[in-house]
Design a protein around this ligand. Structure first.
Ligand code: ADP
Ligand code: GLC
Length: 470
């Protein structure tokens, strides 16, 4: 049995801005099924503290970055949580990353340095007699942990795995904070955590962790190219021998279709059209559930929308993010009867859209894994995706060969341009009337494994291989 501390800034059902939270919330349960003891360390945001009993203080951490801090132990279902209770760092209203001005909280470097320091302390000394053998660090927010671990002289005892969920966020801080963050001068070099004159928490993790993973195999190779590496491709090429890709799974208990064959979908689609205020129609209903950011490529959909509607398709979108994109979709909804848009974040509506949609659109410019196309597979809501990252690895394109062999589960397009997207949308609309082929694809999609089984086994094997005190 391996003991693992998972260290992250988000976790469902407590706090979520994206798929990272789903993965962090689901992993411990998936690992428990394989006999691993995984516990999770989270920042003490109000929603996290509300879920644990604050009196269960397992360690007084003294003063951290200008205020008192304590480590609290709690439970989330069967999972053990450790929570860094430091109100001056985490007890804030609104977004966990952004201040009211929409910009990063100015003390983000300190907030997540505090989290990483505590992770290193638990790695070094354990907590209440529990010793992790592996620290599983997620994204830049946990990236400094291996540096602190080294400074404590504990890197020889406890192993570190850094998982990249999104390389677009790197946790940069000005060099002047080196001392304040408790980082060693000798690490501030191009082959350490210095990044063009700044401190990079993500680069620290990439350089000093024992192993690196990301959330699909294709994204693991893409990350080593200048197009996708966002300035860190060289570092990743240097560390290629310890870089792997392990796909995310989804929680099959949460994401369960209210039908078990393609026949059951039509009634759900009818309800969804009503909820979204869309007219009855014979054509396919395309759905989107997404952050509206550059990454997700939904500006391309705006361009392709008139053709989609012309071909008989409808669009129902749920999302929020970039104000320009929000207003472009609002405008489209006002212009076309066949388009319905909800700006906001709504878990229940997300499930309804997945269940009732015929096609889920994910035209991302890059996508480390992506979860919504996996929901789509499970619900027979055929994914129409760009051929990148986890989207490339999880969808089988309706090519002539794919259709002939009856293995296709969705539609892929390449390159990520409005023109190629338009082509795939037209392909879906053209195939739609062929009910035999379409329902065959739905059946293939619904049979595609999207749970955690294989990936949990892959993580278990990776943890096992990294253990230093076996
Ligand atoms: P990313 O983490 O890059 O945003 P993923 O596909 O991995 O992309 O995960 C996104 C998660 O957030 C999914 O669980 C998706 O259902 C959810 N989600 C995104 N936008 C919304 C929204 N507006 N309302 C409800 N859920 C959303
Ligand atoms: C990131 C990625 C997404 C991935 C998620 C969970 O937010 O953008 O592709 O599914 O992390 O790993």
């Amino acid at each position: 049995m391996t003991t693992v501390l998972s260290v992250a800034s988000e976790c469902v059902p407590l706090v979520k801005t994206g798929g990272l939270a789903d993965v962090v919330g689901a992993l411990p349960r998936a690992m428990a099924d394989l006999g691993s003891d995984m516990r999770t360390l989270l920042p003490g945001y109000p929603a996290v503290l509300a879920a644990v009993d604050r009196d269960t203080v397992v360690r007084d951490l003294g003063t951290r970055f200008g205020g008192p801090a304590r480590l609290v132990q709690g439970k989330l279902g069967d999972q053990v949580l450790y929570v860094l209770d430091a109100p001056h760092l985490f007890d804030r209203p609104g977004s966990i990353y952004l201040g009211p001005d929409g910009k990063d909280w100015p003390d983000n470097p300190e907030r997540f340095a505090a989290l990483s320091q505590v992770a290193a302390e638990i790695g070094d000394a354990g907590v209440d007699g529990w010793m992790p053998q592996v620290l599983h660090l997620h994204d830049w927010q946990a990236g400094l942990t291996p540096v602190y671990l080294r400074e404590r002289g504990a890197a020889e005892r406890v192993a570190t795995l850094l998982t990249i969920h999104n390389i677009a966020f790197q946790g940069l801080a000005p060099a002047t904070r080196l001392g304040k963050l408790g980082l060693p001068e000798h690490g501030f070099t191009p082959d350490g955590f210095e990044y063009y004159g700044q401190i990079s928490a993500l680069k620290a993790g990439l350089i000093y962790a024992d192993a690196i993973s990301t959330v699909s195999r294709t994204y693991a190779s893409e990350l080593m190219t200048p197009e996708f590496g966002m300035g860190l491709d060289g570092v990743l090429r240097d560390r290629q021998s310890v870089l792997t890709g392990i796909l995310n799974g989804i929680d099959l208990d949460v994401w369960t279709p209210p039908y078990d064959s393609p026949d059951g979908k039509a009634a759900v689609t009818r309800d969804l059209r009503e909820v979204m205020g869309l007219p009855e129609a014979d054509g396919p209903l395309f759905v989107v559930i997404s952050r509206l950011t550059e990454q997700k490529g939904l500006d391309l959909l705006i361009d392709a929308l008139p053709d989609l509607i012309e071909a008989g398709g409808q669009l129902a979108l749920l999302g929020s993010g970039d104000p320009g994109m929000e207003s472009a979709f609002r405008t489209a909804a006002a212009r076309f009867d066949a388009v319905s848009v909800r700006i906001g974040y709504d878990e229940a509506l997300a499930q309804q859209l997945i269940a009732g949609g015929d096609v889920i659109l994910v035209p991302s410019r890059f996508e480390p894994c992506g979860l919504t196309q996996l929901y789509g597979l499970r619900y027979g809501t055929l994914p129409l995706v760009s051929m990148t990252g986890g989207l490339a690895d999880t969808v089988i394109h309706a090519s002539p060969a794919g259709l002939a062999a009856d293995v296709a589960t969705g539609f892929q397009f390449y390159p990520t341009t409005a023109q190629a997207l338009r082509g795939a949308l037209m392909q879906a609309c053209t195939l739609w009337p062929d009910r035999k082929k379409w329902e065959g694809m739905m059946r293939n999609a619904m049979a595609h494994p999207v749970g955690w089984d294989q990936s949990a086994r892959d993580y278990a094997a990776l943890y096992e291989s990294l253990k230093k005190n076996a």
